[in-house]
Design a protein around this ligand. Structure first.
Ligand SMILES: NC(=O)c1ccc[n+]([C@@H]2O[C@H](COP(=O)([O-])OP(=O)(O)OC[C@H]3O[C@@H](n4cnc5c(N)ncnc54)[C@H](OP(=O)(O)O)[C@@H]3O)[C@@H](O)[C@H]2O)c1
Length: 268
């Protein structure tokens, strides 16, 4: 299938590692020129070089901390200056701490919202005038299945994700007339660099051994394993394509059919 992506321009946030890097690679392989951002310059530039070498596409790396409004605006505006347009915005940089309500501090809630929700708001707000001026665009928001499949240890990510899902649907209702469409992708657990850290946190908070904590997620997934980065990146690449522009104001779970309630039960 020709995804008709060749020559398009994508801005991908949080793409020096993990799912964002996988998305940048998958899009560049389809002929997309990409701009990526993250906070750590060395890691970001190493990834940009890796993407150029693997795909031969133009890759621009812009250091930015999306908890800061001025950085988000600078990222988006620099992409538009460098490439003359932004066809695709993939909001991906985001994480929110796990934990239970009686031990989570105010700072954990604010930290989650500041990046995982407001980081997306900031980039979308900056990209909209550019997309309107060029006659359309595509926004893909990497969110998470915690927003629709609740779990007591994931209440901060769950709240931030639910907010992002609502934002996605609300803006789809507003900007369709400008030919800008929005979709949310909700992964379950994905094997990234930070997966090990998450398992360690679960094992600490639930008084479980690392080995038992590591089996919690797979045992709640009918397919018996967590997702690989490429599986999420492939879905996002299809959704970023003009072929999927009509998939608007909705969200797609990619979580192997995870049954979160089984995780809560195992956590006790
Ligand atoms: N992995 C999962 O299991 C999973 C499951 C469901 C949903 N998701 C969602 O999928 C997305 C990607 O997850 P991931 O696991 O790939 O994340 P990750 O491994 O933590 O990667 C995060 C990327 O974002 C960058 N980043 C972090 N904070 C940033 C900030 N303040 N400003 C700009 N960039 C920042 C990081 O680089 P620097 O540290 O250098 O800034 C890195 O490039 C997230 O939105 C996450 O919530 C992930």
């Amino acid at each position: 299938m020709d995804l008709r992506l060749t020559g398009k321009v994508a801005a991908i946030t949080g793409a020096s590692e993990g799912i964002g890097k996988g998305i940048a690679l998958a899009l560049a392989k389809e002929g997309v020129d990409v701009a990526i951002c993250a906070r750590r310059k060395d890691q970001l530039e190493a990834t940009a070089e890796e993407l150029r070498a693997a795909t031969g596409r133009r890759v621009v790396a812009i250091t930015a901390d999306l908890t800061k409004q001025e950085d988000a605006e600078r990222f988006i505006n620099t992409v538009a200056q460098e490439f003359g347009r932004i066809d695709i915005l993939v909001n991906n940089a985001g994480s929110a701490p796990g934990g239970i309500i009686e031990t989570l501090g105010e700072d954990a809630w604010m930290q989650g919202l500041q990046l995982k929700f407001m980081g997306y708001v900031r980039c979308i707000k900056a990209a909209l005038p550019i997309m309107r001026k060029q006659g359309g665009g595509r926004v893909v928001n990497l969110i998470g299945n915690d927003g629709v499949k609740e779990s007591y240890w994931e209440i901060v990510p769950g709240a931030c994700n639910a907010a992002g899902q609502n934002l996605t649907k609300s803006l789809a209702g507003q900007y369709g007339k400008h030919n800008i469409s929005f979709v949310a992708v909700n992964p379950g657990p994905v094997r990234t660099e930070r997966w090990k850290g998450l398992v360690q946190a679960m094992s600490r908070d639930m008084n479980l051994s690392y080995e038992v904590a590591d089996q919690l997620a797979p045992s709640s997934i009918p397919l018996g394993r967590i997702a690989e980065v490429e599986e999420v990146a492939n879905l996002v690449t299809y959704l970023a394509s003009p072929l999927a522009h009509y998939v608007n104001g909705t969200m797609i779970e990619i979580d192997g059919g995870q049954q979160k309630a089984l995780m809560d039960r195992a956590r006790g």
